[in-house]
Design a protein around this ligand. Structure first.
Ligand code: ADP
Ligand code: MG
Length: 316
């Protein structure tokens, strides 16, 4: 199978005629955004042996494909934008058809769920699998959500439930003797992260700042606070934790996963307005308050709990 056959078989899908003027097959894609919309563009790379294990079985390629898209959709959601188009740069050590089949299935599953069209890419051979997905979305002019907009007195919210993905990864690396339903739920939360796309675009009017949680709440909220020049009080007894997480781990571990575990791809955002318990079908939980100063002070039931964590750093 040559490169062109591979692209045709696994990656070409029907285009959106209204917005994709030229799709896969030419030197570049030509896209037509709705008149007057701003474009938001993001890119993320997954490297074999760093973001997913070396020599994964073919069926695991499905979640690699899914994840590669979902992590980008999450960045688009955090900006308050709507994802529309994506490109894929794929480096493969071999053209394993079973692997490609599962990979493409996961990739298209995540994309089609959110109406995103694959409009181009690049395919190369290399020593390790490297997957780079770039997504472009649209947002009403000036309505994007930035990290820098949090103001003293705003409430800090988190979507969904946090800590599950890190717990799922931990369970994959330290398999329990018998695999129970909550274990499988946590595995799934790691492999198929929720990208809060509908929530993100409905927050454009109400959020003062936002970020997606890829490196852990403590670290990612920290980045939002630095960008906004403020600090925060974070109430650890209000963190939204799943029943599965609570049934598999003790309180200390739950807190550790929820605060410093990455990979959840939930949204953390601030607002000066009181928000409903659910937005776009997703639970949102108030977990703290923006304060003057800098840094995060954690408490549980009014008692200060010392906590320090820097999240995942690639070059340390
Ligand atoms: P060029 O030589 O001009 O870079 P290629 O021969 O690499 O073009 O690619 C041919 C077409 O296939 C281009 O439209 C490119 O965007 C698309 N393409 C290549 N690899 C992928 C991929 N992995 N997924 C989607 N489209 C791809
Ligand atoms: Mg060319």
């Amino acid at each position: 199978m040559d490169e062109f056959e591979l692209i045709r078989k696994y990656f070409v899908r029907p285009d959106d005629a209204a917005s994709v003027i030229v799709g896969i097959g030419d030197d570049g894609a030509v896209l037509r955004p709705p008149t007057g919309q701003d474009l938001v563009t993001v890119v993320d790379t997954l490297v074999e042996g760093v973001h997913f294990p070396l020599h994964l079985s073919a069926d695991s390629a499905e979640w690699v494909g899914y994840r590669a898209v979902a992590v980008n959709l999450s960045d688009i959601a955090a900006m308050g934008a709507e994802p529309r188009w994506m490109t894929l740069a794929l480096t493969l050590s071999e053209a394993d058809e079973a692997w490609l089949n599962f990979f493409a299935r996961g990739l298209h599953l995540a994309a089609e769920k959110h109406g995103v069209h694959l409009v181009g890419g690049d395919t190369t051979r290399g020593e390790r699998v490297v997957v780079t997905v770039q997504v472009t979305g649209i947002v009403d002019p000036g309505r994007m959500i930035r990290r820098s907009g949090a103001r003293v007195g705003d409430t800090i919210y988190v979507s969904g439930e946090i800590g599950d993905a890190a717990a799922g990864l931990h369970l994959l690396q330290n398999p329990p003797d018998s695999l129970l339903e909550p274990h499988e739920y946590l595995h799934k939360r790691f492999r198929y992260p929720s990208a809060r796309v509908a929530l993100g675009s409905s927050l454009a009017a109400s959020a003062s700042a936002g970020i997606d949680i890829s490196d852990g709440l403590f670290s990612d909220l920290g980045k939002l606070l630095v960008a906004s020049g403020v600090g925060a009080n974070l109430h650890l007894d209000r963190l939204p934790l799943s029943i599965a997480l609570q049934s598999c781990f003790d309180n200390e571990q739950q807190r550790q996963f929820a605060l410093s575990g990455g990979d959840d791809y939930e949204l953390c955002f601030t607002s000066s307005q009181p928000l409903p318990e659910k937005i776009a079908g997703v639970a949102v939980t108030a977990v703290g308050t923006v304060t003057a100063g800098s840094g995060i002070i954690c408490d549980a039931a009014g008692v200060v709990v010392p906590f320090a964590d820097s999240g995942y750093l690639h070059f340390q």
